[in-house]
Design a protein around this ligand. Structure first.
Ligand code: FNR
Length: 362
């Protein structure tokens, strides 16, 4: 029976187990998008800690696409070079290095969470952000926004393509397109934030066009033997409130993305609108992953509130997900992967630990 510790084959990659470090922004660059020792230690420790896949934080495909000035970036060669030793170290630990490629859209130009998360004013270094339809911006305050014209759209697709090329040169083996959490690609998907009347707005076909074009562009430069993931918000959690992005549309989109060569759909949710009504408690968004798994041919990643090895194992055993992404529990415990192996395998699991650490493992 397939369980959490079973290998996962995607394209030519065999991933050691079904545990991934979910992308988590560290906001720790010096305003230049270049990775620092923090990123190496942070990502490296979690590879040592037994994750089958280590995904970087949302890594901006352009300067304008950063959430804060301190985000990691991949729009210059220097940024790619800074990530190379990190990808290499992750691989040396037996983990597969992946990079999440992102554009923050209208959620850009902010202060860091620990500095209040507010929009940056221009004299603080704030910048003009991009959006499908500025009039639909669902927050009262925000940075300056520009409605994207067709040139901007083309530029964004090109930025994702170049970012994928640079990610490849940095040694990443998985590219994840970030199309969730109210950032640019999700803003195009949802009728809440997309009021366009051109070929990128209106019908399902039109609203999904940019995500499909970006996925195609990334797939085009990403080698056939390496997987592409797409993270989506399975729903806006606004059903009954207004016309929004729903799980039915997510299933349809996932099917289309799988046809374009996406190997895994990483199903998160929400993040678009302050009135969202997500369910409480662990496993709250797991039914979304399950629905995508049932309704499309792509492999599926589940994320959100997963903190226990047995809980993660049950998701895979019961066929609810092919991969489990763990966020905050990996912040609390970088060795969550090894702990899960110990809890699920029992005796002998110390074999999983790095030789350097085995004297510390019972
Ligand atoms: C996140 N999350 C997130 N998601 C994403 O797609 N890209 C990102 O860069 C980030 N950044 C980020 C930073 C921090 C500090 C946290 C806690 C979260 C969301 C994250 O990947 C995950 O989906 C959620 O945290 C839910 O999973 P957990 O934490 O319940 O396992």
């Amino acid at each position: 029976m397939t369980d959490l510790l079973s290998p996962l084959s995607l394209r030519d990659r065999e991933i050691e187990n079904r545990i991934a470090v979910s992308p988590m922004c560290q906001y720790s660059c010096d305003r230049d998008g270049v990775a620092k020792e923090w990123h190496r230690v942070h990502l490296g420790s979690r590879a040592v800690g037994g994750a089958g896949i280590v995904l970087t934080e949302a890594t901006a495909v352009s300067a304008r696409g950063r959430i804060t000035p301190h985000d990691l970036g991949i729009w210059t060669d220097e940024q790619a070079r800074s990530l190379k030793p990190i990808a290499e170290f992750v691989r040396e630990q037996g983990s597969v290095p992946g990079i999440q490629l992102a554009h923050a859209g209208h959620k850009a130009s902010k202060r860091r969470p620990w500095e209040g998360n507010d929009p940056l004013s221009p004299d603080e270094g704030g910048w003009e952000t991009l959006s499908p339809s500025p009039e639909a911006y669902p927050y009262e305050e925000g940075p300056e926004i520009r409605e994207m014209d067709s040139e901007d759209v083309e530029e964004v697709v090109g930025a994702f393509r170049s970012a994928a090329e640079r990610s490849l040169s940095a040694g990443f083996e998985i590219a994840e397109v970030h199309a969730a959490h109210g950032y640019l690609l999700h803003e195009f998907l949802s009728p809440v934030t997309n009021r366009r009347e051109d070929e990128y707005g209106g019908s399902f076909e039109n609203r999904t066009r940019l995500v499909r074009e970006v996925t195609e562009a990334v797939r085009d430069v990403w080698p056939d033997d390496r997987p592409v993931f797409v993270r989506i918000s399975g729903t806006d959690w606004l059903e009954g409130v207004e016309e929004s992005w729903t799980i039915e549309q997510s299933v349809r989109l996932s099917e289309a993305l799988a046809d374009l060569g996406a190997d895994l759909i990483d199903v998160s949710s929400g993040g678009l609108h302050p009135d969202q009504q997500p369910p409480e408690g662990p496993n709250g968004q797991i039914p979304l992953a399950e629905a995508v798994r049932e309704g499309s041919d792509a492999a599926v990643g589940a994320v959100g509130g997963i903190t226990e090895p047995e809980q993660a194992d049950a998701l895979v055993r019961n066929g609810r997900a092919d991969l489990v992404l763990v966020g905050r529990e990996f912040l609390r415990d970088p060795y969550f992967g090894l702990r899960a192996a110990g809890a699920l395998r029992g005796e002998g699991a110390s074999e999983e630990w790095p030789v350097q650490y085995r004297r510390g493992v019972r």
